[in-house]
Design a protein around this ligand. Structure first.
Ligand code: PA5
Length: 479
């Protein structure tokens, strides 16, 4: 176990305060955040039906870890690949943690670097090409399927499941196919639960009082991560520690409670007219974490035509594409950086090394960096960038994370969930529902001819046909 007490996650907001003096705002908003923290801890107030995640990591996750590890062993005994089928909160967190903790070039040398069983992904889109390409590679594995859907009725995973189940049936026959299918769903209701009961698929549960985007520490994340050999005990331990630190009754100050501090700053900047928050990560390994973060805050904050737009960039890569916007674009943006203090890779098979800049005398103008390691260069790049952006009027926060390990991923994810819940409640919105995501589904189902929707289908098609007249059609050579 990492020495959690000698390492810390911290949030530096100096360069937010330099751009927008925040003290008064923060002072005003802290009582609301402290009340929100209490509501989360007591399970009261708006959205209280979906606050089960707050104490889940303490009260239930250790037991779920054991169950997940047992089932993971069973899956690994006959499968070297697990296709995780899900969308949104049922997939993003798992994919993010898996990618952060897996060798970036595992595909180039699977024997040495790939986790076994490998995790593959489906059900998070309706794109023919990717699902078809997945079917291309499945023959080289002995695969199992894990369908994750709380409602059990979500279109994208349901359709991918049909296709992939058919693949298993054709390859292994119905009986063996059924022994390779696992599900995570609501404990009491839904089509997926019924299907699992009918066909005897082993299931684990997403508790009723935990919403999708707050479910990473339930079986949703723990089972597939355990299958891939990720240390789920450490992952949960990080979250438990974050919970203990955050909800501690005595811990209500900005200086010592980064979750409340972060929530207070986000709300204050939003009030000051900063409508977009960009998460800036500095390693490609955190790309998935940014996707998880965008869903968490996007679905939770945006209510009643209000809420910050969560965006993300990967620096320094995107400094060469979006850097100009940060420096001189519309001033409605603030930046939240993630600085990983020790970037040595902890992925399976990876060498723990510092990368030093070699070869003095190459006449490329970079001799002054000979002997530096990339971490030092990265660190100066972060400081230089945040200062430049602050000078350009972009309030800038910096998260310091000790390392990319299961423990610190667990800690940081929990911290963000808490900040998101508390910040939403303090702003007066329900951060645990997502009524707005139904609108596209209604149109799509009507267009696809769902029974009982014939009338909507006619209306929607009429509206779409009107739109067809306003198209601009490019000139194309005959090919
Ligand atoms: O956070 C949420 O609730 C959503 O993103 C859901 O996780 C997502 O829509 C998938 O839903 P389900 O798990 O019911 O298939």
């Amino acid at each position: 176990m990492p020495a959690a007490d000698s390492k810390r996650i911290a949030l530096d907001w100096t360069k937010a305060h330099d751009v927008v003096p925040l003290e008064r705002h923060l002072h005003d908003s802290m009582p609301h955040l402290v009340a929100a923290k209490k509501a989360l801890a007591n399970g009261s107030g708006k959205g209280s039906d979906f606050m089960g995640w707050v104490h889940f990591v303490e009260d239930h996750a250790p037991r779920v870890v054991n169950d997940a590890k047992n089932l993971a062993q069973r899956i690994a005994s006959h499968s070297d690949a697990l296709v995780v089928i899900g969308i949104g909160g049922s997939l993003l967190g798992t994919k993010a943690v898996y990618e952060a903790l897996t060798h970036s070039f595992a595909m180039a040398n699977p024997n040495q670097f790939q986790r076994r069983p490998v995790l593959l992904w489906a059900g998070h889109h309706v794109a023919t090409d990717e699902l078809s390409e997945l079917l291309d590679v499945l023959d080289q594995y002995s695969p199992s399927l894990l369908v994750v859907s709380k409602s059990g009725t979500t279109t994208e995973p349901a359709l991918a499941f049909r296709v992939l189940k058919q693949y298993l049936d054709d390859r292994f026959g119905a009986r063996e196919s059924a022994s390779r299918i696992f599900a995570i769903t609501d404990p009491e209701s839904g089509t997926l639960l019924k299907l699992s009961q009918t066909h005897g698929y082993p299931t684990m549960q997403i508790p009723r009082n935990v919403g999708g985007r707050y479910s990473i520490f339930t079986a949703v994340g723990l089972l597939p991560l355990a299958v891939a050999g990720i240390d789920v005990n450490e992952f949960v331990e990080g979250a438990r520690q974050a919970r203990a630190d955050t909800i501690n009754e005595k811990n209500e100050s900005l200086e010592t409670n980064p979750a409340l501090c972060y929530a207070a700053i986000r709300n204050s900047l939003y009030k000051e007219g900063y409508k977009v928050e960009s998460l800036c990560h500095w390693t490609p390994k955190l790309r998935g974490i940014a996707e998880w973060w965008k869903q968490l805050f996007g679905e939770s904050d945006a209510k009643g035509n209000t809420g910050l737009f969560p965006a993300s960039v990967q620096f320094t890569t995107d400094l060469h594409s979006m850097g100009q916007y940060f420096q001189e674009g519309e001033r409605h943006l603030f930046a939240t950086h993630i600085r990983v203090l020790d970037e040595s890779s902890l992925s399976r098979g990876a060498q723990k090394r510092k990368v030093r800049i070699p070869q003095p005398g190459l006449a490329d103008g970079f001799d002054y960096l000979t002997g530096h390691n990339l971490e030092q260069i990265q660190s100066e790049a972060i400081l230089g960038t945040s200062l430049a952006h602050a000078d350009g009027g972009v309030p800038t926060l910096i998260w310091d994370i000790p390392e990319i390990s299961a423990f610190w991923m667990g800690y940081w994810l929990y911290l963000n969930m808490f900040a998101c819940g508390a910040g939403g409640l303090a702003r007066g919105v329900n951060p645990f529902d997502q009524p707005g995501v139904e609108a596209y589904k209604v149109n799509m189902f009507a267009l696809l001819g769902k029974p009982d929707m014939a009338e909507q289908s006619v209306q929607i098609r009429a509206r779409l046909e009107r739109g067809q007249r306003l198209r601009s059609i490019g000139l194309t050579q005959n090919r």
